[in-house]
Design a protein around this ligand. Structure first.
Ligand code: SF4
Length: 678
């Protein structure tokens, strides 16, 4: 068999892969030299994908409790449980919690069922934990969730500011593009991050700001550009709307060392081609949306946007966080970048042919599980994600699921922490078995293609959801027979976005044949700089937004430290896939708590010894690694390990559930904590 072109299962870089299969369950992986996102490059996770496609631990048959049942029985159970909840408690007693691991076709069908036919917008996604603040910042700045940059801007930039991103570990192929730009054109790299990560080590300038210091820093940088006369007055006048009193109220204190700030300001002022790439360190904050708008304000006011090498560039975490955002998989949007105005609702209701369309935004992830806990939500269907581990205050989420009368889980793995709490488990197709599309951080749509036959009785997520919809009596609206048919409907629906003045537009694919869908090359909707045509607001102007840093937290003598969380280079999420690869395990064999040596001395901790990390939400044991890369008073643990694997870390249960008021994204990066020697 020849090479099959597909897309990596992991991060939002969205690397193209050439997969050689031989008819067995093995695959040889190579980077696709023709894919614009990676041009042949892959990182360690992508390279070792072939070690993760075995069937060990897979959920291969529908299960009700511990009993194997037929698909007919399982789907009937899901439909009857959902119907009973809707009839007795109303549509808002039902919720879906989905995932950036789903393909766009899966997302589209789940969103259509929930918002269009169940009649509630209680469908949210684990992308809420990842990128929701960037979404909210985009919406506030230009009225649509549009990323205004492309990967080619990395090669064209003279200055790259990386905010809250350990890119060398978390988006390694994007990092390789940055290294190439530095080599080729002398691009300067500034890393703004409390930790001295591997990325920071290799930067021209590292700014170790305090957690949640980004808004103050970027506002002060904007004030400094104004003081130096470095604003783009014509762009501000013609293309931006500025709130009254904005310039008078600017905070001028960057809250960092003055000499560092001066170097940063000099670099920015000297670099008309500057991009600011921001990731979870900015987004996972109780002030994440303001951080995004502080970054965007700087780029708008200095005209560093809408041209090569310039712009604010949010880097997504998951392989299809963007596709989910596009179809409407967040509780805060309706569908296809449309919201809940009467006009937009009417368009969507017409398109879907429904009189049951939801009326208002639904519950965002943290609030959704609170409603499960309180009994307001009585039926929850969780697809391709593991919230009992990954949500903040995960112990509370676990408790919520344990008391929920109807928990349905669709997954590829039989025994995740979440699956153990399910009443019905539905076997889904994994990467390499399913067909569909994903969208990466630069709005590039790529195909994921099937490499192996479906194992056991596993089915595609879109088909499972459509089969349940049919049993609910809505089969006519869910009568697709292939992912190509779903994609065509979604692509046609993006015409509504265009009619309402949005940029999202895949309509040229609405009439594609099955063969064209099968051969679809990677394509970028909106082109490299979609906002250069116009800002999709009513008056065509971008909004400068007044922002403020999160309120300073008063010191808590019981929890004097701040806990930060993040990724390791070779692991992904809760390790259900990367944990299968022996070679990926070499990089870090267990989770450690990283502690500044001064804090280690204060707590009598030994390098390599054990410590208990405690927060108001939970406690967990970790081995200690002292590190000068930590700021004193701050500690770091990785997010990946669960109870079920060696190591015992379970970071979600330590993290605070406090959220950003605009985006609902939790503040994973700054939880009060304390340490104790064990
Ligand atoms: Fe996969 Fe991301 Fe690595 Fe590319 S950079 S190979 S998409 S994990």
């Amino acid at each position: 068999m020849g090479a099959i072109r597909t897309t990596c299962a992991y991060c939002g870089v969205g690397c193209g892969i050439r997969a050689e299969v031989d008819g067995t369950r093995s695959v040889a992986i190579a980077g696709d030299p023709d894919h614009p996102a990676n041009r042949g490059r892959l990182c360690s996770k992508g390279t070792h994908l072939g070690e993760t496609v075995g069937l060990g631990g897979r959920l291969l048959h529908p299960m009700v409790g511990e009993a194997r049942v037929s698909w007919n029985e399982a789907l009937g159970q899901v439909a009857s449980r959902m119907r009973a909840c809707i009839e007795r408690h109303g549509p808002d007693s039902v919720a879906f919690y989905v995932s950036g691991q789903l393909l766009t076709e899966d997302y589209y069908v789940a969103n259509k069922l929930m918002k269009g036919f169940v009649g509630s917008a209680n469908i949210d996604t684990n992308s809420r934990l990842c990128m929701a603040s960037a979404v909210a910042a985009h919406n506030r700045a230009w009225g649509e969730d549009v990323v205004p940059c492309s990967y080619d801007d990395i090669a064209a930039a003279d200055l790259i500011l990386l905010v809250g991103s350990n890119t060398a570990w978390c988006h390694p192929v994007a990092w390789q593009a940055m290294e190439a730009a530095r080599e080729r054109r002398g691009t300067k790299l500034v890393v703004i991050d409390p930790r001295r990560t591997e990325t920071a080590e290799r930067a021209d300038l590292h700014i170790p700001l305090a957690p949640d210091g980004d808004t103050a820093l970027f506002t002060a940088l904007l004030a400094e550009m104004a003081r130096r006369g470095a604003l783009d007055d014509a762009f501000l006048r013609d293309a931006c709307s500025v709130p009254p009193g904005f310039w008078d109220d600017l905070n001028h204190d960057p809250a960092i060392d003055r000499a560092l700030f001066a170097r940063l300001a000099d670099l920015f002022a000297a670099s008309p081609r500057a991009i600011t790439m921001f990731s979870q360190g900015a987004n996972q904050s109780v002030g994440g949306t303001d951080k995004g708008n502080a970054i965007i304000n700087l780029h708008l006011a200095t005209g560093r946007i809408n041209r090569p090498g310039a712009g604010p560039f949010s880097i997504t975490g998951q392989p299809n966080a963007m596709g989910g955002r596009e179809v409407g998989g967040l509780a805060s949007t309706l569908a296809c970048h449309l919201g809940f105005s009467a006009e937009e609702r009417a368009s969507v209701a017409r398109f879907w042919g429904t009189d049951r369309l939801c009326r208002e935004p639904g519950r965002k992830a943290v609030d959704l599980f609170r409603a499960v806990h309180s009994g307001k939500v009585r039926f929850v269907w969780i697809m391709a994600t593991n919230p009992a581990v990954s949500m903040p205050d995960a112990g509370f989420v676990r408790e919520a699921l344990a008391r929920c009368p109807h928990v349905v889980v669709s997954d590829v793995i039989a025994q995740t922490d979440t699956a153990r709490l399910a009443h019905v488990r539905l076997p889904a197709l994994a990467w390499g078995e399913k067909d569909g599309t994903v969208t990466n951080s630069e709005r590039r749509v790529s195909r994921q293609r099937r490499l192996f036959p479906a194992p056991g009785e596993a089915r595609a997520d879109w088909r499972i959801v459509a089969d349940v919809a049919a049993r609910m009596g809505w089969g006519e609206s869910f009568a697709w027979s292939s992912p190509a048919e779903v994609f065509r409907e979604y692509a046609a629906m993006t015409r509504l976005a265009r009619e309402h003045g949005k940029h999202l537009d895949l309509a040229e694919w609405a009439g594609c044949s099955d063969c064209e869908y099968e051969r679809m090359p990677p394509f970028q909707w909106g082109g490299p700089h979609p906002l250069a045509r116009r800002f999709p607001t009513a008056d065509g102007k971008a909004r400068i937004v007044a922002v403020s840093p999160p309120a300073a937290r008063s010191p808590d003598p019981d929890f004097p430290l701040r806990l930060n969380t993040g990724r390791y280079r070779d692991q992904w999420h809760t390790m259900t896939r990367t944990g299968l690869s022996p070679r990926l395990a070499h990089h870090r064999r267990e989770p450690v708590v990283e502690v500044h040596p001064a804090d280690a001395r204060r707590h009598r901790l030994l390098d390599g010894g054990l410590a208990r990390v405690e927060t108001p939400f939970g406690a967990e044991l970790f081995r200690v690694a002292t590190s000068e890369g930590q700021r004193p008073g701050e500690i770091f643990v990785p997010m990946h390990w669960t109870d079920m694997l060696a190591g015992g870390g379970r970071t979600g249960k330590l993290a605070q559930p406090a959220t950003d008021p605009h985006s609902g994204q939790p503040g994973f990066k700054n939880t009060p904590a304390r340490l104790a020697r064990v």
